[in-house]
Design a protein around this ligand. Structure first.
Ligand SMILES: *Cc1c(COP(=O)(O)O)cnc(C)c1O
Length: 245
């Protein structure tokens, strides 16, 4: 773990994490109610990037089991520090080729696959004694050239290729839309991902296609209204991130 994380700067303390989790769960419940969806149809992924293992432990004590990490080495260190707990770990950050082995050997899920070469390495490197790696394809719904994510018009091709890989299970799509103000504008962006999600189901029908990973602290209500099945929430649970890696 990086020295700054280990020092625990910027952490809220256990009581606040417990309260914040309750608040986020209530937000999810009311967003589901407003959208006519059952609360069980949306999973909460707690994004613990930059926060120390002790904060993850506090969230687990309050019933949270799924955690997301952006920075692979930081995630691997936290997974090791918390191996006594039955947690599920999701890699949600960019993956360089030289980091695929760490991801394949330590994480349960990856949300950020946007190239076949990375998917192939993850499948090749997934240890035989682990369950297959659960994968979402990251899609760049805004079309920004510099952003991570596969282009919308390339999603079907990549999904078809990833379905052939023996040690991966293709579960769905992930998207990080540009921040915009207002429910309607946020929802319009999320709906682009929802449309692609439905298109893959219609055209390829992957056997376990059930995950639309979208919505963060600022836009989870709009994401749920648009059909998200997994929201990735950091700030509203662990507090503000006081520095960037
Ligand atoms: C940091 C991050 C989140 C959480 O964002 P918050 O605004 O803190 O809730 C979700 N998804 C990804 C990919 C992230 O990098």
């Amino acid at each position: 773990m990086c020295s700054i994380c280990a020092a625990g700067f910027g952490t809220l303390g256990d009581m606040s994490i417990v309260q914040n989790l309750e608040t986020v769960r209530a937000r999810i419940r009311s967003a589901c109610a407003a959208a006519g969806r059952t609360p069980e149809s949306v999973r909460l992924l707690a994004v613990s990037k930059t926060f120390p293992a002790e904060d993850v432990r506090a969230a687990h004590a309050a019933g949270q089991t799924a955690f997301g990490e952006n920075y692979i080495q930081e995630g691997v260190d936290k997974i090791a520090a918390l191996h006594d707990l039955p947690l599920q770990w999701h890699c949600i950050g960019p993956i360089q080729s030289n980091k695929t082995r760490l991801v394949a050997e330590h994480f349960d899920w990856v949300h950020s696959v946007d190239r076949f070469k990375i998917a192939q390495r993850l499948s090749d490197q997934r240890p035989d004694d682990m369950t297959p790696l659960q994968v979402c394809l990251q899609v760049n719904t805004d079309g920004g050239e510099t952003k991570s994510g596969v282009r919308p018009d390339e999603v079907l091709v990549l999904a078809r290729e990833v379905m052939t890989l023996p040690r991966l299970v293709l579960r769905g799509l992930m998207t990080i839309p540009d921040p915009v103000e207002g429910f309607e504008a946020q929802m319009a962006l999320h709906q682009r991902a929802t449309a692609l999600f439905e298109q893959v189901r219609t055209e390829l029908n992957p056997p376990q296609w059930d995950t639309l990973s979208m919505g963060m602290t600022a836009d989870l209500e709009a994401a749920i209204a648009a059909g998200s099945t997994m929201v990735r929430v950091g700030t509203a649970i662990f507090g503000g991130r006081t520095y960037a890696h």
